[in-house]
Design a protein around this ligand. Sequence first.
Ligand code: CS2
Length: 498
Amino acid sequence: MSRLSLDTLASVPAAVAKPAYDVRRVGIGIVHLGIGAFHRAQTAMFSDDALAIDQGDWGICGVSLRSADVRDRLSPQDGLYTAVEKSPAGIRRRIIGSVREVLFLSDQREHIGTRFAAAETRIVSLTITEKGYCHDPATGKLNFQHPDIVHDLAHPGEPQSAVGLLSLALDSRRGSHGGALTVLCCDNLPHNGALVRGLVLAYAEARDPVLARWIEAHASFPSTMVDRIVPATTDADIADNDAALGMHDAAPVMHEPFRQWAIEDHFVAGRPRWERVGAELVEDVAPFEAMKLRLLNGSHSAFAYLGFLAGHEYIYQVAAQPDFVTFMRRLMADEVVPTLSVPTGVDVAAYQHALVRRFANPALPHRTQQIAMDGSQKLPQRLLATVRENLNAGRSIDMLALAIAGWMRYVSGRDEAGNAIEVSDPLAEAFARIAGASGIHDGGNVEALARGLLGIRAIFGDDLPADTRFAGRVSTWLTSLFTAGAARTVAQATHSVA
Ligand code: CS2
């Protein structure tokens, strides 16, 4: 079977859409850190659309920080890959051409350095997941104890972290042509631009305060809100796509029809005309971001933990359970919406309906275990910020507390049948230690588990563990999860009076 590449592109079947521009003539204007499935199905697709209206030099150099896998899959196919849209309405495929080069950090440092320093590079964007920023999730401050930051400050010319890389990139520009740069964070973090700016400045300050001042004057960090459900690609997805293409593509991505990208329009060195292809360029992204992180990602995490515990492998299976849907609707309407300042023009009731429908998409199986990963990095912005605001305003926190109890039950490390759960999280060892000390799986006590986990300040801060209303509600639900199980507890929660 032949392989997808620039040379074979013309033989891709007519039913599959192809780049509507001359891919070979596209120059690189964006370096993207973290070229995983999400970037390829979302931000790179917006850029592909923008190239189709303005053939120009906004191609992407994708960089993998941790593994050679994506580089090894995409390089032999000239960066081309299939984006497969899946929904009950059917399947649509298109070849994306905006990724013009793919590099892997440990093998290609010099090449990456050249890209960073090039005057033609005007944007460095990032999707490296929450844990990639080496920050303290509760405070948003750089974690100077993080091994990668310790390493990078000792070896600033050979950074391993994204923060170290960004700082090196900016330094190389300062030392040469002095060209400004926009750093565009596209991860699900609160105030993501301001957050990354703070991290880069804290790191630069520790290296050289003159660099920090230069960054303040020559770099911008617009915040963004990104949205599209993109589950990890499976081998079966690759085989199906190969059959449809009649050739091999080692790196297709599966996604839903929906996509949204709200971006603060603060670019210091130009940008593609993304607004012409559906992105929303706005003055302040905060209302979009809070709505998305708290409604979509908050419900997603709640479904991931409680749904997994109730025995569901995929989100669409959780969304097929009426009690879970009622739970999600109550979580959103009663406990999240009152905290939002809804962006102008958005119908928040319709937004919630759409979320339930998006989660229920059976054509795009999304594993609960995938979303359950890295809860320590996700809980603060998805659930805990909402809890805080509700506690301060004297509003209900009941459904939110159940979601957090679900996370606790999950990270205790055994499922309802007593089997081990593979907990993937930077703090997994701490969770195992706390669960072990509580003796929870040997007839131990739920209070001790709840207290131990609530004591992790990087997640809960100083305030939440001390709030008796919150701690009490969480441990009541946690007790129920251990005694009655997740399905019955969710059913009971939806029948309780708000
Ligand atoms: C998910 C998100 O993996 C997760 O934690 O909640 O990746 C989610 O699918 C996207 O943010 C949707 O935009």
